[in-house]
Design a binder for this molecule. Structure first.
Ligand code: GLU
Length: 413
């Protein structure tokens, strides 16, 4: 047994620990608010409080059985070692074929254009780090997912927040991007369906944004992680409308559509030279994504009928919850502004009237919801809009209904 440190040494160590200041790389870093909310909800549950967690952007379903089986078989067959840094070849080939098919064959992707990573979050980070650097600006949508800003900053570039059009579900348009651009703009992030609003860009809207990017020679990182989760129309991929894909990176993964958050598999598809750079970056950071998880993700492409059935079932459940939540809000809090989501599994609510006089009404309301009503939601400040809160309806229907009822009651009061 190791000897315990002398009291003097222990004191010295903790005093030094208290003095810790992060390097300049992380001086501005904020912890992910979406994750912090889930951790807090889990802590409170562990203390015995029956918290309804509408914070986590995580499907509550089990990963479909055909995927779990494929993973188990892969482990038995020896998928326990390092893989190619960019991912196993059959998975990269399948992703490339899917990307080509999404473009109707207009764009031709091959395995060398694909980098598989430990979640689409790593893919997005790789793309930001490879594309943006000191002196660059990157246009980031507001409201928009909390990590885009941090990733651009980690690349030591400047995120420039561009608010979407309130009349169109806060979607971006070319005029808003152009107004925010400077000669230092090097690219932008798109996200459809959008986290946190659930807004979906149609083909024309997407085409107009991509055309502007091409005209200005900007890179576009298109985060399509919610693409298969839609309620009205399918969400077009940027690959389906891009005239010129030489500055386009499309990021996707299996986490949301296939209830595979814990497997950590995402990918980026883009020009070969960029894929090579992102692979080199990954070769020094995480190496390859978990081998067994890659085989699990491969099952999605190898068994498309099973995959489509699974997505259909889960999206039907999300739709039922979305409809129930919207109906309840209309009935019980008609004055509350909500963006009816056409995709993803979030409800974005304007609670700026719920905490008058507060600088950050969303955080104040979220705190009260947790303290007084045992409901966890994410404050809108995490998405660049402090007047709002985000509710995830990726939770069982009765929990969503009860959670929304409590939100409505608190906001009314
Ligand atoms: N993307 C999900 C969310 O927005 C999971 C947490 C995270 O990665 O931010 O809640």
């Amino acid at each position: 047994m190791p000897a315990s440190p002398s009291p003097d040494l222990a004191t010295a160590t903790s005093a030094r620990a208290d003095e810790f200041a992060p390097s300049a790389n992380l001086a501005q870093l904020q912890e992910s608010a979406t994750i912090a909310v889930s951790i807090r909800a889990a802590e409170l549950r562990a203390q015995g409080r029956d918290v309804i967690d509408l914070g986590a952007g995580q499907p509550d379903f089990d990963t479909p059985a055909f995927i779990r089986r494929a993973a188990a078989e892969a482990v038995e067959a020896g998928a326990t070692r390092y893989t190619h840094t960019a991912g196993i070849l059959p998975l990269r080939e399948a992703i490339a074929a899917d990307a080509t098919a999404l473009s109707d064959g207009r764009l031709r992707y091959a395995a060398d254009d694909v980098v598989v990573s430990s979640g689409s979050k790593q893919s997005l980070f790789n793309a930001c780090f490879a594309l943006f650097g000191p002196g660059d600006e990157a246009l980031v949508p507001v409201p928009g997912w909390t990590s885009y800003v941090e990733m651009v900053r980690l690349a030591r570039a400047e995120p420039v927040l561009v608010e979407g059009d309130p009349a169109r579900g806060y979607k971006l348009d070319p005029a808003r991007l152009a107004a925010a651009a400077t000669p230092r703009t090097r690219g932008l992030v798109l996200n459809s369906p959008c986290n946190p609003t659930g807004a979906v860009y149609d083909a024309d809207e997407l085409r107009a944004l991509l055309a502007l990017a091409t005209e200005r020679d900007w890179w576009v990182i298109s985060d399509e992680i919610y693409r298969l989760i839609t309620y009205e129309q399918p969400a077009p991929s940027a690959l389906a409308v891009a005239e010129d894909a030489s500055r386009l990176v499309v990021v996707n993964g299996v986490a949301k559509a296939y209830a595979m958050t814990g497997w950590r598999i995402g990918w980026a598809v883009g020009p070969t030279a960029l894929a090579r750079t992102m692979t080199a970056l990954q070769s020094h950071t995480t190496y390859n994504a978990a081998a067994v998880s890659q085989h699990a993700a491969l099952a999605v492409f190898a068994q498309p009928d099973e995959a489509a059935r699974a997505v259909h079932e889960m999206v039907s459940a999300f739709r039922e919850r979305r409809d129930a939540a919207l109906a309840l809000l209309t009935a019980e809090a008609p004055a509350l502004r909500v963006i009816p989501p056409a995709g993803a599994f979030y409800l974005y609510l304007d609670v700026s009237h719920g905490a008058p006089g507060e600088d950050d009404p969303g955080t104040a309301v979220a705190r009260r919801l947790l303290d007084e009503a045992d409901v966890a939601v994410v404050p809108g400040a995490a998405f660049g809009t402090p007047g709002w809160i985000r509710l995830s309806y990726a939770a069982p229907l009765p929990r969503v209904v009860e959670g929304v009822r409590r939100v409505a009651a608190l906001v009314r009061s």
